[in-house]
Write a new protein. Structure first.
Length: 454
């Protein structure tokens, strides 16, 4: 049975990991010959059950209870979660030889459906026949850089050693796109492989990571240590001594600190005290950020252990954001007392957004009390955007008071587009007469409201 948390995770992956997935059409080129048949031996173990399942024509035991015979049937179902469940079941029943045909069909779909189906399809393909899936990504042009990460994550979740061999033999495939194709939400390919490998063999994952160089090694070690530290921070700390690269060791050390802080602040603090003096502040900041995920008020009480600087600013912002999910008023008050101007500007937006959901009147009062400057601009912008179901005239008046041009334009634009759906004439009249926008900005908002993009 697929529960709601799984569906939520899939949604996050679709939005984050696959964003930009279909930028441009698939370019038909001859797939490059792979360096050997890495992964086919282990992957074949998965292929037979899938082929048998598809050949039987039966989808009994479907986690959703809704049997479909095509993606179009799945997309016709009522309810987004129902569609995802049905699509997962449908793709799980495909034989490896059927994935390419399904991938070819993606270009016929609207972009939003293409992204959702693309992520689910390549996630399954990456488990069943990863080398074929990787070869197909090379026919997709620029958009293939996004898909590679999806394939690699699925491949590594089942056969991390094979995925690692492929990565080591084809490193250039994961350089293209930088943060888009290699890093970003979900981690780099090296990080994902090492993290998955560490679930079953942390020693093997460590050994592989240290065969890599530069950022690849740091990423792999970070992923490996994140997994080990999540289970046993003390064990992870004991593995640090074998890392020879200084930057990689510091990265792994900070990863341990964050995971340990989320589990046991006292133990983490004791371990940090034994680190070199010049590294203790960075590790303490990470530990407090980890602690704020599970105990934001406790982390807030410990902020005094950090000296002024970027590490403290980032930690204050992290604590405020996490605390605001439980008590935005308290988080805002604490932020004002403990955060620098930079820390306040970086996190007040998320605090106000959470506050609007709980008590929009109090959130409004707070924003109106802020002195002019970046913190007020961020707070007001966040209030207006989060309060789209509120008073339109009040929202527009607040938006016009924002001094930052970009924030003001965005707040007015979002509010005006929503207003046009209710009263196009009144919204258009406002856009034509307001002095808070330039002529170019007015036209841009109107085009967007009419579905013409930017």
């Amino acid at each position: 049975m697929i529960n709601a948390s799984v569906i939520g995770l899939i949604g996050a992956l679709v939005i984050g990991g696959a964003a930009g997935f279909m930028v441009g059409k698939k370019t038909i080129v001859e797939p490059e010959k792979q360096n050997g048949d890495l992964g086919t031996t282990r992957s074949a173990r998965r292929s037979a059950p899938a082929a048998s399942f598809a050949a039987s024509g039966s989808r009994e035991g479907s986690s959703s209870g809704m049997r479909v015979n095509s993606t179009s049937e799945a997309l016709a179902l009522p309810g987004h979660n129902n569609r995802i469940r049905a699509l997962m079941d449908y793709y799980a029943g495909l034989a490896p030889s059927q994935f390419q045909e399904e991938a070819d069909k993606l270009e016929e779909l609207p972009w939003s459906e293409r992204i959702m189906l693309g992520h689910l399809l390549f996630a399954h393909w990456g488990e069943e026949d990863p080398t074929a899936a990787m070869a197909y990504t090379k026919t997709m042009g620029f958009s293939g850089t996004f898909v590679k990460r999806t394939v690699m994550r699925s491949w590594a979740s089942k056969f991390p050693q094979d995925a690692a061999d492929y990565f080591s033999s084809n490193p250039s495939e994961f350089r293209m796109g930088g943060a888009m194709g290699g890093r970003g939400r979900g981690g780099s390919a090296a990080s994902v492989i090492a993290m998955e490998w560490a679930r079953e063999d942390s020693t093997g994952a460590m050994a592989w990571a240290q065969t890599l160089e530069g950022s690849d090694q740091r990423d792999a070690l970070q992923g490996m240590f994140r997994q080990v530290a999540a289970e046993d921070p003390s064990k992870a700390a004991g593995m640090l001594a074998s890392i020879t690269d200084e930057e990689a060791r510091k990265t792994a050390q900070n990863t341990i600190a964050r995971e340990w802080g989320s589990k046991n602040w006292g133990a983490a603090k004791g371990w940090i005290a034994g680190l070199p003096t010049d590294q203790q502040q960075a590790a303490t900041a990470r530990a407090l950020r980890g602690m704020s995920n599970t105990d934001a008020t406790g982390a807030a009480a410990e902020i005094g252990v950090l000296i002024e600087g970027d590490a403290r600013n980032d930690t204050v912002a992290s604590i405020a954001r996490n605390w605001s999910r439980e008590n935005p008023a308290a988080a805002a008050a604490w932020l004002g007392e403990n955060g620098s101007a930079d820390a306040q500007a970086a996190s007040i937006g998320s605090v106000v957004s959470s506050w609007v959901a709980r008590d929009p009147i109090a959130a409004l009062e707070f924003t109106q009390q802020q002195p002019e400057g970046p913190v007020r601009d961020t707070a007001v912008s966040s209030y207006v955007i989060a309060n789209q179901g509120g008073d339109i005239q009040q929202n527009l008046s607040l938006a016009e008071s924002i001094s930052d041009n970009g924030m003001r334009r965005r707040a007015i634009g979002i509010t005006s587009v929503g207003w046009m759906r209710q009263d196009k004439e009144a919204a258009s009249q406002y856009l034509d007469t307001t002095e808070a926008l330039s002529d170019q900005e007015r036209q841009r908002i109107k085009r967007f409201a009419q579905g013409g993009g930017h």
